[in-house]
Design a protein around this ligand. Structure first.
Ligand SMILES: Nc1ncnc2c1ncn2[C@@H]1O[C@H](COP(=O)(O)OP(=O)(O)OP(=O)(O)O)[C@@H](O)[C@H]1O
Length: 243
């Protein structure tokens, strides 16, 4: 599926202090990468840059060797923002209606395929078909996140970008979301880049880790990140120890 190349990404909000400095790594087609790092490290910012929501001050993102704009035009990627579900909670729509929105093509027209049967299939894929008639605002955090993933899948993305999809969700429900993402990655081959604070589940289901603390501290196999001495130093960063 989609390959993502980051080359020397540098960014600061309002021309102030740099939030990201010279970040370079490549996510291969069909890979599952978890981005970890301390609060304020720039992980969400980097994900927004990959999604094309903000422009880097310097550097380049290539998706399948083309521009982000071209990837967006082709509907290659889907982005699930942080706290998306909370923002949607007050929206008086049913789960079915929310997922159907995922079929809205990039050119603003409903894909002909957007029918109840397909919406049902998406919900089945994330194990949430029994929720289809419920109002989104009535659901638990974990159930809402599943619906958001179903909605993202409706566009048949080759690249799924998720910003902390399990924040505020209990451990068991959060593990089930990781399992779901692991399955989508292995069965559909969707490339996944996910920001997470859950190192345990993140490194269990994602094959690679990008550890970010304004700079790229580590990029490599999850196993290596968990076990190597070098990665422990990055975990020190994680716990706020920088000495
Ligand atoms: N819209 C914005 N305008 C100005 N500064 C911002 C904006 N969004 C984020 N920042 C700042 O940029 C830095 C990086 O923020 P970002 O949200 O990318 O970090 P993060 O690693 O995702 O953090 P967390 O783990 O806490 O979610 C922080 O210092 C934050 O205060």
């Amino acid at each position: 599926m989609a390959e993502v190349k980051l080359h020397n990404i540098t960014f600061g909000y309002n021309n102030s202090e740099m939030v990201l400095s010279n970040i370079s790594f490549t996510v291969q087609q069909g890979e599952f990468v978890v981005a970890v790092g301390p609060n304020g490290a720039g992980k969400s910012t980097l994900l927004k840059i990959i999604a094309g929501l903000i422009e880097p001050a310097a550097g380049q993102v290539l998706i399948d060797n083309g521009s982000i704009r071209s990837a967006a035009r082709q509907g290659i990627m889907a982005y699930v923002p942080q706290h998306y579900s909370q923002n949607t909670a007050a929206f008086p729509a049913t789960v079915e209606e929310i997922v159907a929105l995922g079929f809205v093509g990039m050119r603003g027209r409903l894909k002909a395929a957007a029918n109840k049967q397909l919406v049902g299939q998406m919900l089945e894929m994330v194990g949430a078909e029994q929720l289809k008639g419920r109002r989104i605002g009535e659901l638990s955090g974990g159930q809402q996140q599943r619906v958001m993933v179903a909605r993202a899948l409706a566009g048949e993305p080759r690249l799924l970008l998720l910003d902390e999809p399990t924040s505020g969700i209990d451990y068991a429900a959060s593990s089930r979301i990781y399992e779901l993402l692991g399955q989508l990655n292995s069965t559909l081959g969707i490339t996944i880049i996910m920001v997470s604070h859950d190192i345990e589940n993140g490194t269990r289901f994602a094959a690679k880790v990008a550890c970010i603390n304004r700079h790229l501290c580590f990029f490599g196999d999850s196993e290596e990140f968990r076990s190597s001495h070098a990665s422990m130093q990055h975990l020190w960063y994680y716990s706020g120890f920088t000495g």
